[in-house]
Design a protein around this ligand. Structure first.
Ligand SMILES: [Zn+2]
Length: 247
């Protein structure tokens, strides 16, 4: 069950488009997995749009009528097929005559929802689908950890991190911020337990040791804006190199 959500402020900033694109990506991917936040975003979006219309038409006396018209407009927009659906409709006659080609296309579409590690297939939230072909190869790190970098263009790098059963990230603090979305599985970090869909925000105040205890391990999507700072034992020796991974 999802227990950790973006804050109401983060969701509002998301709707208003004031979050950095990388954080916006995390919030959007969480909303794909979380009905509660999805609903919150829908309501905020409607109220923001209504507010914009009402600002633009402050001279119009009959606001009720305006918002009625706006509702019509919204429902028209939402009923418009996306360009992808449009293409599918247009291609239908050809596809009907060429079932083999169509099947191949469908398979390609299905495989673009998932990433794979060691024969295990993980289905990603919709928002992350377009980053699948920007995801690099898995590399093995310390402590049963696997990492695959995701190129976010000018927004830097995110990472898929897989913690095998019993795997852990050495205890660390953050100079910057760390956002983590649990894609599959669960883990704990000495502060809390997290489950699939949880949205976790960490900053410089907190020290934690993420660890996967479940049998299946745990896949997370993570964005850090500064290298981690390891705080205990031998892991401290990693600090000079921490910019090489976990970011
Ligand atoms: Zn949520």
């Amino acid at each position: 069950m999802i227990r950790f959500h973006p804050s109401a402020q983060q969701l509002k900033d998301f709707v208003e488009g004031t979050l950095s694109p990388a954080i916006s990506l995390m919030v959007s991917a969480h909303c794909d997995m979380c009905e509660k936040c999805q609903r919150f975003v829908e309501i905020e979006t409607e109220s923001l749009a209504a507010q914009m219309v009402s600002n633009a038409n402050s001279s119009v006396s009959d606001r009720a009528e305006m918002s009625l018209q706006f509702g019509d407009m919204l429902s028209q927009i939402t009923q418009l097929p996306s360009s992808k659906q449009n293409n599918a409709l247009m291609e239908q006659p050809t596809a009907y005559r060429e079932p083999v080609k169509r099947r191949a296309a469908l398979q390609a579409q299905a495989s673009a929802n998932t990433i794979e590690l060691d024969g295990r297939v993980f289905t990603l939230p919709r928002t992350l689908h377009r980053y699948i072909d920007k995801t690099g190869n898995w590399s093995s790190l310390v402590g049963k950890l696997w990492q695959a970098p995701v190129d976010l263009g000018n927004q830097g790098v995110a990472n898929f991190i897989f913690m095998g059963s019993g795997g852990s990230v050495p205890e660390h603090t953050h100079r910057g911020t760390e956002y983590t979305l649990v894609i599959d599985g669960e883990f704990s970090d000495g502060l809390s337990r997290y489950d699939t869909g949880d949205f976790i925000f960490m900053d410089g105040d907190k020290t934690h040791t993420p660890k996967s205890e479940g049998k299946e391990g745990c896949l997370v999507f993570s964005i850090v804006d500064q290298p981690l700072h390891f705080t205990s034992g031998l892991a401290r020796l990693l600090n000079p190199f921490s910019h090489l991974f976990f970011r």
